[in-house]
Design a protein around this ligand. Structure first.
Ligand SMILES: [Zn+2]
Length: 164
């Protein structure tokens, strides 16, 4: 699993150098384990160590993003081999994260001057459709959320984001 895209430090935007790799496994939509090789990167600016995130992964999740995406979208053409409790957990995870993620996407768009002229009141009511407003609803939308949010150092663990 190699990504050729040039990535920068999410903390200081410094240049990242590959200093090694480590193995990680994840679970595909058939319930099979896949082995991945994740590159370890060191920032030449702040010296922090980062781990490259392959497109198919979502931070803190063992299943591939495609499975989680299919369940959240509710597409019936893709059957995902997970038990009912996992399905429920993913849906509730997305419900909790959706507003936060939408806020992240909004601020990233503003930062890069891509803000649309639309008023927030024009945005669709459904959380999923509001997210799609930014990343489109084509296959891979979850990964199109994850990457910019992770690269902007805004990705949070649900448990830490929503402590009350
Ligand atoms: Zn850095």
């Amino acid at each position: 699993m190699r990504s050729l895209e040039q990535i920068f430090c999410p903390c200081c935007s410094g240049q990242l150098k590959v200093i090694g790799s480590r193995k990680r496994s994840c679970i595909d939509s058939l319930g099979e384990k896949i082995a991945l090789c994740i590159r370890r990167l060191r920032c030449s600016g702040c010296r922090r160590i980062h781990h490259e995130l392959p497109d198919l992964l979502v931070p803190y999740k063992r299943h591939i993003g495609g499975s989680i995406e299919a369940v959240i979208t509710g597409s019936s053409d893709l059957s995902v081999a997970v038990d009912e409790s996992t399905l429920i957990r993913w849906r509730s995870w997305f419900r909790k994260m959706a507003d936060y993620l939408q806020g992240c996407l909004e601020s990233i768009h503003i930062r890069y001057g891509k803000e649309t002229a639309e008023e927030p009141s024009c945005l669709p009511k459904s959380k999923l459709k509001r997210i799609w407003h930014y990343v489109g609803n084509g296959s891979g939308w979850l990964s199109r959320i994850v990457r910019p949010v992770v690269n902007a150092n805004l990705w949070v663990h649900t448990r830490f984001a929503f402590l009350s």
